[in-house]
Design a protein around this ligand. Structure first.
Ligand code: FES
Length: 159
């Protein structure tokens, strides 16, 4: 269970300055990001505890998680490969690159390798149309993907 407090605020209590968890609504996203960073996903229990702390319904927490594709309620691999599927990327051959990743990893889009190392996903715009086909490998943008580059990426991630 991850502590649901990503942002502290300073308050004065009985003449002393103390730090308490900031549960203003705008802090919900940083709290969820913090849980995601620590665990790799946000469990049902995390959602419930977060909702209780913020004084909101768990469905509201769930709706925030499902709105942002970088938050997830399911455990994913240690590394996440997100292949851009915007139109310029498709026109530049992203589907061929996608098949190369699937073939090399022996999984389909949306799946994780058996050793839990790599999850393969599609995503929308990654902001790298000029270097399409492109992908987001964990936090790193990679462009001009080729089948050779795909093999290199997988080799590096499996180290
Ligand atoms: S529209 Fe293709 S990366 Fe943004």
């Amino acid at each position: 269970m991850v502590k649901q407090c990503a942002v502290n605020k300073k308050i004065t209590k009985q003449g002393k300055e103390v730090f308490v968890c900031d549960t203003t609504r705008s802090k919900l996203l940083p709290v969820l990001q913090s849980i995601q960073d620590k665990k790799g996903y946000i469990s049902d229990k995390d959602m419930q505890v977060t909702a209780d702390r913020f004084g909101i319904h768990p469905v509201e927490v769930y709706s925030v998680i499902t709105f942002y594709s970088f938050l997830t309620t399911k455990k994913k691999g240690k590394h996440i490969i997100r292949i851009s599927n915007c139109m310029p990327n498709i026109m530049a051959g992203s589907k061929r690159i996608e098949r190369e990743f699937e073939r090399s990893l022996r999984i389909n889009i949306g799946e994780t390798t058996k050793d839990n190392k790599i999850t393969l996903e599609e995503t929308g715009c990654v902001g790298l149309c000029d270097e399409a086909p492109s992908a987001l490998i964990d936090d790193e943008l990679v462009g001009n993907l080729t089948p050779k580059k795909v093999k290199e990426i997988i080799r590096n991630l499996k180290k």
